[in-house]
Each structure stands twice: as structure tokens, then as C-alpha cells.
Design a protein around this ligand. Structure first.
Ligand code: AMP
Length: 944
């Protein structure tokens, strides 16, 4: 009885509350909430109940009856309504909750109002991967910054830092700052726009906000390579107390943040990253006016930023992957904004609301991974549907049918373009409704590494290139050739080698990204800036020691003294006395000394001794003119100042024992004094009296300089003997090369033969051939023909690497057997006849492919452990005889015990038609294969 009375009172309460007559039907209570209301938020409390009723509610417990099939709300016993699951206005804008209060039922109408930017949009253009190994706290993107900066002391700092996780940030201070200082990440739903705002009081990083601020650098931009420039980063610094000038900042920084008086600086970064690929951006940072703070930077030369999507671990999103995804039922969560990509059968912002659906899926699931000839499984599935009838219709109009089933699987084996077209799955439910889903198969690609109409040709691409069905190998930046086996030719870089290098002063150009590796004394993006502040050498690390207004060479720190100063550091009075005769210096009065020096200089100059022994810009011109007559390409590849840049001081060289002899000079082991200590070098001299020797000396020097100008530091050790320097400003001229303690390959092979007394191929010797094949590839890229590839011109380094040497066609001590004078009238050249290609003998034509012929002979030398090549049993042949023999198709006799593959390779190198000979890249591949098989054969024999 008491219960009934209470119920009656409660009903009257609602009536009073809603101001309707007691006898009328109960009306709805209306609650309006934004659709993005947080889960757990209370949206209705008992306080909304009239006081009379509120007193009774404890005894009249509330309960949700209906109107919320997917459990979006919880109704507590004391009539509080709490959001239990994420809401989504597009799925259900209004909920009519039927609530029982005691014995009465009543309705609460919950209206969802639109919230801007909600629900977040899943934008596939900037989808990030799921990072399976990631830990919470890892970044969504890895950021790699490559930077070159000039320090206040004039030294150059350059380096690359990669940041993929918090622990990559060395300083704990910055780590905590990243979390502790207020920041926020705003991502635009539609265009993959990331806006990052960080506001703080003071930071002291590499380029501090303060540094930028006090240098009036209020913003800078970074643009994407290969594309029309677009703003990637915009940094705006806003000092507290000043008006915000940036519209962007005003738009995106909440007022509460702007008015926060505890912070001085805002860093605002805005970028559009509508891709799933790695991108590099070059930042243009204006010049600093003055260095500030603790960072000793005078300028930032360049800053490149590489952005690579890494992805968050499953269930996390945000730049620091520190936010928790709400996605359910296997839905994918977007790394930017946590938006969910619902799988079939689910809907709602969290994909937790069942949806009547039908889907057709494939295995492999990604259509891009379905290749011609694959077996593809299709699956038609009904989700949350009472199915009466299910059918699958193929492109050829045939059908597969099932009754009362919720899925149908079928396999299409050996899929071909003829199988392309729509595969439609149709479902009818118990109420007669039909649902459809169509998958359009469009398979056009062969399996990776296959190409051609029939997908039966192998691409065999190198260096990570992909294989296109019709175009073959699609090379990554920096590579070219049918198999992407060739580095971009000199002076070019990038995709399809279409971009021109801008590196200057002998800098290397990285073929993939065009980045310049500066030589000693230069810095800047293009290596066009000489060291400043009395600095010289690599990255301007060395301090000049020149005195008395002398000019210091930015390259090697040598001092150009101002009269009357002399000496290494220009700190001695100029005298005619040598350093060994200091007494004389003190005896001759200064005036007569200067006079005497002037007279001596004039005499020396007149007699041509001085003018000849000090090559200047005019000398370089003269040499270039000579070179141009001989080799256009070579002359073109030399940059102004090439001669001077390699120049070393003769007084820094201490010649040692003779280690080899060539036709035009000697090779001595020597010690070179360098800023980094003593260096063992091979010093190659020439006899300058002879104009031919003089020409050959500069030709060899020019080739070596050209090779070194274009060599790329990043591609590891080169197989061309390293040029250390040149000495041309003294009577004795030297080419200084890295010292190869194991001498030349021919001597090496012969020593093996003498030691073992046996002949036969050593598997490891093929390693030397591989090295030289690589050297030929390097030369090919530079379009330089060596013209004298032979074992005698290959040096073996201390690390057992074979390097190609002797670029001057210098005729050496084997001249009697190995070089022959051309028997045409007037010819005074001595030529390595038995190594020469047919066309070189016949027409004097030398190409990289004629080097391949000679390389075949080098292989023969290796296989015979250093025998002299002979035809018809003869090592000495005239030009005419040689041409006759080769034209008859005769070639060097195959060495005994030579593996078939190696013999075959030699024969291919000696094909009449240069274009039919293998390229150095192909040779390398074949040799590596052969070497592997020799080693495995050897291992098997050892095991047995
Ligand atoms: P070349 O005039 O370049 O043919 O050199 C003559 C000989 O000197 C070679 O056959 C080698 O034995 C020796 N030689 C030349 N350059 C070097 C070097 N960089 N290191 C060691 N020995 C060398």
C-alpha cells in the first residue's frame, strides 16, 4: 500500500515538473548533449528532478528499460544518466530512453548536437603503419635531421640525428620538456594537416627558440625535394606580451594558451603530410645576425628533415603514440587523430555498433598484392543479417548460391587478366531485403621480379629497384641501367639521374640525393664557401698558423707570405739563406737582401725556371687545353682550381726507397707530413725534361683528380687507387698515391706461382677480379677508359683490396714484351698489344667496352698466375699479325683447369662486337657467382 502511494507521488512529481495536468500522459524530458561528450560524463542527474520527488528517489530506484539497444548510456539507481560508450550523431542523433522510476515508466529524450570536427575522419592518404615492435612512447614518425652549421670559431659542424623514440633524445631535459611543457597536436581531418604547437618559457636546444627570436627569425619554411616548393614547416615565435601577428597562430592556438602568462615562446609547426611515404624537406633558415645563448652557432648552412612514418603500436595514436584508441572489433585506428576504420558489419565512431552488412574480401587482402598467376580466395560474408539466400556473381555472369548460410568461400586459381571484373555478393534477409557488395578485381601486375606480357621474364633488378611489368626495373634514386646496376653518371643524381649535381670545388655528389661531400677547405650546401676565420682543412677544423698578414690557404693551411716575410708560417725575414744557413741571414743587411732576392727572382723567371715550376691559373689553362685535345670528357669533368686544390708542399715529403719503376719515372715509398700526422704514400715522379712525360704526368694527374672529384664517400671504399695529392710547384714533380704494401697484382700472382710451384685458380684471387670489375664500373660512370687494364697495373692494398692504378698509360719496365710500337708511319706510341681490344688495335678506338676486353686478359693472367699472354705460342706480335689472328676468331688459349664459367666469361669479354661484351656490372655478378661456387666446392671438398 505504501509503495503504491510512493509511486503516485512520483508520477505527480513528474507532472509538476513538466507543468502538465496530473491526468495527462507523461511527457519526455529533453537533454541536449554534444555528440563528442566524453565517455563517463554524467549528462543527467537527480537534481533535475523536482524537490518533492528527489526526496523519494532513493526508495524508487531508476532503471533503463529500452531506447538504447547498443548500450550508449548507463542509468544509475538514483536516476543519473552517464555516457557509457562513444556517441556518433551520424549513426543515431536522438535517443529516447525509456526509464522506469519505481513502477512508472517515463522517457528521457537525449538529443546529440553537432560537434565540429567530430567524428574524426579516417584519411587513408596519410594512414600510418601499425608498428608491431613499438613501445608506447615511440613516435608516430621518425624524424632525421641533417644539419651543417658554422660555429662561432669558424669550424663546421655537420651531422645527422634520427629521432624515433624518446630515448633518442639524448638530453633528459628535452625528454621531459616534450612531455611536460604544454603542447598540442592538431590534425585536420580532410587534408592530413598536422599542426603542432609547443609553448614554453625557455629552451636551450641546438637552434634555440631564443636564438631564432633574437636573430629576428620569426619563421622559416621547408620545401619538399623534387616537387614544386610547398610549405612544410612554419615556425612562429611569439613573445609573451606582444600581439599575435600570425593568423595561423591566432586560428589554432586557444585563447587560454595565448593568455598563459607563464610562457614566453610559442613554436608553431604546420605541415601537410598527405602521403604514406618517407619524404625529405630542405629548410631555408635565414642567416643569423649574432650567435645567442649557449649554442655557439654563427649560422645554419642547411637543415634537411626526413620524415618517415613509423606508426604507433596497436591501440595507440598521436605524435608521441601516447593516446589510447577507442576502436573496437578489429577496426584500424588512424595514427593522426584516432579515427577508426570500421571493418564490415560495424559502424559508429568506435566501430562498436553492429551494422547489417555484406562484404566480399580476398586473400591476399590488399588488392595491390594480387599478382597474375596467384591463387586468390574470395569470401562473401553476411554480418548481422538473418540470411535466407546468398549468391556470388562472377564477371563471366556465372553464379554460386547458398541458402541460409552466412558465408561463401571460393578460390580462383592461377588468376589472369581475363578474370578481372566485378565479383558481387548478394544477400537476402528474412524480411526480403537485399544487400550487395562488389569487389572489382583488376589484376595487372606480375609477381615481384617478373615482367613481360606472359610474366615469364625475370627482372633481376639490383639496389632495391622494383620491377614493372612493362618497363622492367624501376630504379631508386641514384641508379640507372636496365638492372639499376649503374650509379648515376658524373654530375647527375636522383631518380632516373635526371637532376644535375651542384657540388663545387671537387666535392663528391651523392648520386641518390645530390648531397655534396666537401673536400678540405670548403663548406656549404654546394661546398662553394671557403673556410673563414683563419681556418682550413676538412670541415675547417684546422687553425691557420700564418703570421704577418699572410694569406692562408683554406685547403691546406699553407701561407702565402707578404714581402719581406718568409718561412712556413711567414714569421721569418726573407733571406737568400736556406734554413740550413741561418748565419748568413743575420750577416746580410736587410736592404741588400731584398735587392738580391729581387735580382735572383728576375733571373730565374727570365730563364723560365720559375715560370715553369709554379703552375698557376695560366698553367692550368694550358694543361686543360692539352687535355681537351686528347680527351674532351676528361677536361670537362675538371673544375676550376683542380690543380691547386691537390697541391702539397714538397718540403712535407720525405722520399724513401724505390719500389717500382716506370718508363717515365720512378715510384718511391715516401712519408708525407699532413695535419693529421705522417702518412705513407707512393710518390710517382716523372722526368720533366721530356714534353711527352710532362703531358702524361698531367694526364694521369687529371684523370685521378677527375675520378676523385666525383667519388662518393658514402659508397664505401673505391677500387681506384687513391690520390693523396700532387706536387707540381717544385722542379721535382710528384703524383702522391696511397701506398699499397703488397705491390702489383702481376708480381703477386707470380710470387704465388713460384711459391706453390703449381698452377691453378685460387678462389680468393677472383676477389681481386671482382674489385677491378667494380673499378671499371666506377670508370664507366665517369666515361673514362683506362686503356691499360692489366695485372701489372693493379695494386693490392694492406687490406687485400685490389685497386686499379696507372692512369697515364705509363709504359713500364715490361715494355719489351708487353708494349709494341704502332707500325703505322709517325706513330710513336707504345701500346699493350696483347691486352688490347680488336677495335682499339684496328682503329685506335678506346671505350669502356675495350677496357672489358683487357679485363678478359686480366682474368686470363689471374687464371694462369701471371703468364704473359700469347697467341699462336708467340708473345711478340706486330699490329698486323695481331689483327689477322683476332679477325680469324682466334683468342688466348684457355688455361688448364680453368672453370667453364670463367672461360666462358673471358670469351664473352673478347667478342668482336663491343656491344655484345658483358658490362662491368654483369661481369661482377658472374664473378661473384663463380666465386661462391668455387668456395662452396672447396668447402665440400674440405668436409669430405
Ligand atoms: P706505375 O708506373 O704506376 O706502373 O708503377 C710502377 C710500379 O711501382 C708498379 O708496378 C708497382 O710495383 C709500384 N707502385 C706504383 N704505385 C704504387 C703504390 N701506390 N703503392 C705501391 N707500389 C706502387
Amino acid at each position: 500500500m505504501a509503495e503504491n502511494l510512493q509511486a503516485l507521488l512520483l508520477v505527480c512529481f513528474w507532472v509538476v515538473f513538466l507543468q502538465i495536468p496530473c491526468s495527462a500522459r507523461a511527457q519526455e524530458l529533453i537533454v541536449s548533449v554534444p555528440e563528442n561528450v566524453a565517455v563517463g560524463k554524467t549528462i543527467f542527474t537527480a537534481s533535475r528532478l523536482p524537490r518533492t520527488q528527489a526526496g523519494d528517489k532513493a526508495e524508487l530506484p531508476c532503471a533503463k528499460m529500452e531506447g538504447d539497444p547498443h548500450g550508449r548510456f548507463n542509468v544509475t539507481e538514483n536516476c543519473t544518466i552517464v555516457v557509457a560508450n562513444p556517441l556518433d550523431r551520424s549513426v543515431q542523433p536522438v535517443y529516447l530512453l525509456n526509464i522506469r522510476i519505481g513502477v512508472q515508466n517515463t522517457s528521457v529524450k537525449i538529443e546529440l548536437t553537432d560537434a565540429e570536427g567530430y567524428p574524426p575522419v579516417y584519411n587513408e592518404k596519410c594512414e600510418t603503419p601499425v608498428n608491431p615492435d613499438g613501445k608506447t612512447g615511440d613516435f608516430l614518425y621518425s624524424l632525421a635531421a641533417t644539419l651543417e652549421a658554422v660555429k662561432t670559431d669558424g669550424t663546421i659542424w655537420s651531422g645527422k640525428g634520427t629521432y624515433t623514440k624518446l630515448s633518442d633524445i639524448g638530453s633528459t631535459r628535452y625528454r621531459t620538456m616534450l612531455y611536460d611543457d604544454p603542447w598540442m597536436l592538431h590534425t585536420d581531418n580532410s587534408d592530413c594537416n598536422i599542426r603542432y604547437i609547443w609553448y614554453t618559457d625557455a629552451i636551450n636546444s641546438l637552434v634555440t627558440m631564443q636564438d631564432l627570436w633574437y636573430n629576428d627569425i620569426r619563421h622559416f619554411t621547408c620545401t619538399e625535394e623534387y616537387k614544386a616548393p610547398k610549405i612544410f614547416f612554419e615556425v612562429i615565435l611569439h613573445k609573451r606580451g606582444e600581439n599575435i601577428t600570425s593568423d595561423m597562430l591566432k586560428q589554432y592556438v586557444p585563447e587560454s594558451v595565448v593568455e598563459d602568462k607563464t610562457h614566453n615562446y610559442f613554436l608553431f609547426v604546420s605541415s601537410v603530410y598527405s602521403t604514406t611515404e618517407t619524404k625529405t624537406y630542405n629548410c631555408e633558415i635565414p642567416n643569423f645576425r649574432k650567435p645567442v645563448g649557449s649554442a655557439p652557432w654563427a649560422n645554419i648552412e642547411y637543415l634537411d628533415i626526413e620524415v618517415k612514418p613509423e606508426g604507433c603500436p596497436a591501440g595507440r595514436y598521436g605524435f608521441l603514440c601516447d593516446k589510447t584508441c577507442i576502436c573496437k572489433n578489429g577496426a584500424r585506428c588512424h595514427g593522426f587523430n584516432g579515427a577508426c576504420k570500421c571493418p564490415p558489419g560495424w559502424k559508429g565512431v568506435a566501430c562498436d555498433i553492429p551494422k547489417q552488412d555484406v562484404s566480399i574480401t580476398t586473400t591476399p587482402s590488399d588488392p595491390r598484392h594480387i599478382y597474375i598467376s596467384a591463387n586468390v580466395t574470395f569470401r562473401c560474408t553476411a554480418h548481422h543479417v538473418d540470411v535466407t539466400y546468398m549468391s556470388v556473381r562472377y564477371p563471366n555472369a556465372t553464379e554460386k548460391v547458398g541458402f541460409g548460410v552466412t558465408k561463401i568461400d571460393f578460390v580462383v586459381p592461377n588468376i589472369q587478366p581475363t578474370n578481372n571484373g566485378p565479383y558481387t555478393c548478394q544477400v537476402r534477409d528474412t524480411r526480403g531485403n537485399t544487400l550487395n557488395s562488389t569487389f572489382v578485381l583488376n589484376v595487372t601486375n606480375c609477381t615481384p621480379d617478373k615482367k613481360g606480357a606472359e610474366c615469364d621474364e625475370v627482372c633481376d633488378c639490383l639496389h632495391g629497384a622494383s620491377c614493372g611489368r612493362w618497363v622492367g626495373c624501376v630504379c631508386p634514386p641514384g641508379w640507372t641501367g636496365t638492372r639499376c646496376q649503374t650509379k648515376c653518371p658524373h654530375g647527375t643524381y636522383g631518380k632516373d639521374c635526371l637532376r644535375n649535381c651542384s657540388c663545387q670545388n671537387g666535392a663528391n655528389c651523392n648520386p641518390s640525393d645530390g648531397r655534396c661531400g666537401c673536400t678540405d677547405g670548403w663548406y656549404g650546401k654546394n661546398c662553394s664557401k671557403p673556410c673563414l676565420n683563419g681556418r682550413f682543412g676538412w670541415r675547417c677544423q684546422q687553425k691557420c698558423a700564418c703570421n704577418n698578414s699572410a694569406t692562408c690557404s683554406n685547403v691546406d693551411g699553407s701561407c702565402a707570405c707578404v714581402t719581406p716575410w718568409t718561412g712556413r708560417n711567414c714569421d721569418q725575414w726573407q733571406t737568400i739563406a736556406s734554413r740550413d744557413e741561418p748565419l748568413l741571414e743575420s750577416l746580410i743587411p736587410l736592404g741588400s737582401l731584398v735587392f738580391l732576392v729581387a735580382i735572383v727572382m728576375a733571373i730565374l723567371y727570365k730563364t723560365g725556371i720559375l715560370s715553369c715550376s709554379a703552375p698557376d691559373a695560366g698553367e692550368e689553362e694550358k694543361i686543360l687545353f692539352e687535355l681537351r685535345r686528347m680527351e674532351q670528357d676528361l677536361a670537362q669533368s675538371l673544375q676550376p682550381g683542380w690543380l691547386g686544390r691537390w697541391e702539397k708542399k714538397v718540403r712535407h715529403l720525405t722520399p724513401g726507397p724505390l719500389i717500382g719503376e716506370g718508363m717515365f719515372g720512378q715510384v718511391r715509398k715516401a712519408q708525407l707530413r699532413t695535419p693529421r700526422g705522417e702518412l705513407a704514400v707512393a710518390a710517382k715522379t716523372v722526368r720533366v725534361e721530356d714534353s711527352q712525360s710532362y703531358r702524361d704526368f698531367y694526364r694521369e694527374a687529371a684523370i685521378l683528380v677527375a675520378v676523385h672529384q666525383q667519388r662518393n664517400d658514402d659508397c664505401g671504399e673505391s677500387n681506384i687507387v687513391r690520390l693523396v695529392g700532387l706536387i707540381t710547384k717544385s722542379t721535382e714533380k710528384y703524383i702522391l698515391l696511397e701506398y699499397a704494401p703488397k705491390g702489383d697484382l702481376l708480381g703477386f700472382l707470380r710470387r704465388i706461382r713460384n711459391m706453390n710451384g703449381e698452377e691453378g685458380l685460387h678462389g680468393s684471387l677472383l676477389g681481386y677480379a671482382v674489385d677491378i670489375a667494380q673499378a671499371l664500373q666506377e670508370l664507366g660512370r665517369l666515361r673514362i677508359a683506362h686503356r691499360d687494364v692489366a695485372a701489372r697495373n693493379v695494386l693490392i692494398t694492406a687490406h687485400d683490396v685490389a685497386k686499379l692504378a696507372d692512369f697515364g698509360l705509363a709504359r713500364d719496365v715490361y715494355v719489351t714484351t708487353q708494349y709494341v710500337r704502332r707500325d703505322s708511319p709517325g706513330a710513336d706510341e707504345l701500346l699493350p698489344l696483347t691486352w688490347m681490344a680488336l677495335e682499339s688495335i684496328e682503329t685506335g678506338e678506346y671505350t669502356c667496352q675495350s677496357d672489358v676486353w683487357s679485363f678478359g686478359v686480366l682474368l686470363w693472367e689471374i687464371a694462369t698466375l701471371g703468364q704473359d699472354p700469347c697467341y699462336d705460342g708467340r708473345t711478340q706480335l706486330s699490329f698486323r699479325q695481331m689483327v689477322g689472328i683476332l679477325r680469324q676468331g682466334k683468342r688466348l688459349a684457355m688455361p688448364e683447369g680453368c672453370p667453364d664459367d670463367l672461360c666462358q666469361l673471358m670469351k664473352e669479354c673478347w667478342r668482336d662486337d663491343p656491344d655484345e661484351r658483358p658490362t662491368p656490372g654483369e661481369i661482377e655478378e658472374k664473378l661473384l657467382q663463380l666465386r661462391r661456387s668455387l668456395f662452396s666446392h672447396y668447402e665440400m671438398e674440405t668436409v669430405v
